[in-house]
Each structure stands twice: as C-alpha cells, then as structure tokens.
Design a protein around this ligand. Structure first.
Ligand code: ADP
Ligand code: ADP
Ligand code: ZN
Length: 209
C-alpha cells in the first residue's frame, strides 16, 4: 500500500487482508509494538517517529524481509507502509528476486493534503491493540474506548498537526517517487482516496485482475 500518511492505507490493508486471508504487515504497527515493549529497535525508532521523520532504511529493511519469510506469508501478504523510500524499494526487489518472488501489485491511494490534515486530527488509535478509528467517520461505540479490546483510544503522538505537516513534507520528498518507480514496473493500481472506504475497497478489488 502506497499513500500519504492518513491516506487510508491501514484501513484498506485490513479489508484486503480479511478478504484474501493473507497477513497485513504494517511497519508502523511493528514499530509501535517495539516501542511499547521498549526493545532496542523500538528505542532507536521512537525518536524519529515522534519527530515525524522516517526511521532509517537499515532499521526497516531487515525487519520486513525477516517478517515475509515467516510461515503465514507463504500464500501472500500485504505490505502497509513499506517501502517508503527508493532504497527500501530496491532492497525489497533484490530480496524478492533472490527468492524467485516478486510484488504482484502496488496500490496507491491518492488524496489531497488538505483532506489528510482533517483525517489525522480525527484519527484515534487504541494504545493496547492499535485498532484505528476516526472521531467522525468511524467512531468507537463508547467514547475513547476501543471496540475490540476495551483499551483506551488516543491521538497518536505523531498525529499532532505540526508533526503531520513534517510527515507530509517527507512523504512528498521521499515516498511519492515510488509511484513512478512502480508505474514503470507496470504493477501500479491507483485509487481515489477521497471516496468512502467501502467504495475505495471495491475499486481496488475490481482492479486486481
Ligand atoms: P494510513 O494507514 O494511510 O495512515 P488510516 O487507514 O489510519 O491511514 O486512516 C487515517 C484516518 O482516516 C483514520 O482515522 C481512519 O479511520 C480514517 N479513514 C480511513 N479511510 C477513510 C475514508 N475513506 N474516509 C474517511 N476517513 C477515512
Ligand atoms: P501512517 O499510517 O500515518 O502512514 P505509519 O503507522 O505507517 O504511519 O508509520 C508511522 C511512522 O513509523 C512513520 O511516520 C515513520 O516514522 C515510521 N515508519 C513506518 N514505516 C516506515 C518505513 N517503511 N520506513 C521508515 N519509517 C517508517
Ligand atoms: Zn484495542
């Protein structure tokens, strides 16, 4: 899944994961779990994430490659939030190539920056299980309480407006070039992220041929 922060990658990745019965691999979720567990990777990543910066490629790539070698990925998987830079994409291509594998599709969710700002301000995440909500579009049944696990839902520390601006800037600079990178490989699917999330999902599924 490609797209700006808040484009709806996670929301769609979960739907795709459910429909095709393949795991969703979210690097953001992996880092947040590592931070919660105070692991070495978590401690290193936290500083970058809180400042709205990308975690350095060398901290991300090995982690993802190791993850897709796990048993549950044998029939496929969906990468959510990775790759985010050209060097990450090249490292992934090389690792897959070595194993006689390749990416089948790259889904790009297109959305204007002004919609993002609105979405991020309303995003809430469960501090316990990571489930994502939106205070207007997909609220929890009880305010600030996760529907899934009853954990507390809060604004992510990197979803404050000033950090969101920084993340958007970095997205345009470092991640957006991946759109052309995958277009040139003829595996890019594009969808309009301003639609309702079910419409986006149906559009994506219809384009997976
Ligand atoms: P990403 O993983 O790309 O950062 P999320 O899936 O977390 O994006 O979505 C960002 C926020 O916008 C969340 O609060 C989510 O509930 C909400 N959201 C996701 N898709 C839509 C949509 N199509 N319309 C409105 N809100 C959405
Ligand atoms: P969003 O859903 O808003 O796009 P994520 O949950 O995917 O955000 O990621 C949160 C943060 O984790 C990013 O802002 C970045 O600091 C870090 N991160 C996640 N994936 C990567 C990656 N592939 N490369 C570098 N940093 C990453
Ligand atoms: Zn929860």
């Amino acid at each position: 899944m490609l797209g700006a922060p808040g484009a709806g990658k996670g929301t769609q990745a979960i739907k795709i994961s459910d429909k095709f019965n393949i795991p969703q691999i979210s690097t953001g979720d992996i880092f947040r779990k590592q931070i919660k567990n105070k692991t070495e990777i978590g401690l290193k990543a936290k500083g970058y994430i809180d400042q709205g910066m990308l975690v350095p490629d060398e901290l991300v790539v090995d982690l993802v490659i190791a993850r897709i070698e796990e048993d549950d990925c044998k029939n496929g998987y969906i990468l959510d939030g990775f790759p985010r830079t050209i060097p990450q994409a090249k490292a992934l291509d090389a690792a897959l190539n070595q194993r006689d594998l390749k990416l089948d599709y790259v889904v790009n969710i297109e959305i204007p920056d002004e919609n993002i700002i609105r979405r991020m301000a309303g995003r809430r995440a469960c501090i316990n299980c990571g489930a994502t909500y939106h205070i207007v579009y997909t609220p929890t049944k009880v305010e600030n309480v996760c529907d899934v696990c009853n954990g507390e839902t809060t604004l992510r520390s990197d979803d404050k407006p000033e950090t969101v601006y920084k993340r958007l800037e970095i997205y345009h600079e470092q991640t957006q070039p991946l759109i052309l990178y995958y277009k040139e490989q003829s595996i890019l699917i594009e969808t309009d992220g301003v639609q309702d999330s079910n419409e986006i999902f149906n559009d994506i599924v219809s384009k997976l041929v």
